[in-house]
Design a protein. Structure first.
Length: 254
């Protein structure tokens, strides 16, 4: 049962018909993992912790740099050179001490992805490496864990929820294919990024992770939301399952 303090803390959730006490209890019993504690990962972590998710794992091997401070608002100038996962763990305790946070300061790759991600109820990928994204997506498919993948560049962002092990549902590779497996894609260091866009996309991704756990509204699985901060505008694309997909395009997708 929720304590009196938790009932007061989550009161604005509980009065929502689509969430209620039952939905808050689902959050409290859930385990989420966030890959990347940077521009996207920071608002994801803040909002998932504030929402009352029971446990969070933070996977990031990077340290805070001065150029991060323009958008990664969980960190300050005194944090430069410190591990992001460790810092985020301490800051999230200040936001919500009821959340059990586990920092992982090793780099996720194809060799350790399954071990790091298994046992979670939702995966949120906000990493800035395409090779990491593919490793996360392939592991999510193997482990049958919903994946919310968010990406950003300059003034644009995109968010998708992927459950490709289910019949007629696409996986992440149905969208991106196999053309860019190498870790050589463009980064925000090369192209730039508007700081506020990371907050927008990260908050949207947190919403989709909470949706996946609680189950309110329409399902977001197989939908890609594309946000243009210049226009500004957003469009949603229903992604089909690719029968030739190297990950999920097999005769038995059940």
């Amino acid at each position: 049962m929720l304590s009196d303090d938790e009932l007061e803390r989550y009161a604005r959730h509980i009065v929502l018909r689509e969430v209620g006490g039952a939905g808050q209890m689902k959050l409290r019993g859930a385990r989420g993992v966030v890959v990347g504690a940077g521009g996207i990962g920071v608002p994801v972590l803040q909002y998932l912790a504030a929402a009352g998710i029971g446990a969070l794992t933070i996977i990031d091997d990077d340290v805070v740099g001065a150029s991060n401070l323009q958008r990664q608002v969980l960190y300050g100038i005194g944090d430069i050179g410190t591990q992001k996962a460790l810092l985020a763990t301490r800051r999230l305790f200040d936001i919500n001490p009821y959340v059990a946070v586990t920092p992982v300061t090793e780099r996720l790759d194809g060799g350790n992805a399954d071990a790091l991600l298994e046992g979670h109820d939702v995966i949120l990928d906000g990493s800035d490496s395409f090779a990491t994204r593919l490793a996360v997506a392939d592991a999510a498919y193997r482990l049958h864990i919903p994946l919310v993948s968010a990406a950003i560049g300059q003034f644009h962002g995109q968010i998708g929820t992927w459950t490709g092990w289910l019949k007629d549902q696409p996986c992440y590779r149905c969208y991106v294919g196999d053309a860019f497996d190498a870790d050589d894609c463009d980064t925000c260091a090369e192209d730039g990024v508007l700081g506020a866009m990371t907050g927008l996309i990260g908050s949207f991704a947190a919403l989709e992770a909470i949706r996946a756990l609680v189950g309110f509204g329409d399902s977001a699985a197989g939908k890609l939301h594309v946000v243009d901060g210049l226009t500004p505008s957003m469009r949603t694309i229903r992604m089909p399952k690719d029968p030739g997909c190297s990950t999920c395009g097999t005769p038995d997708n059940s």
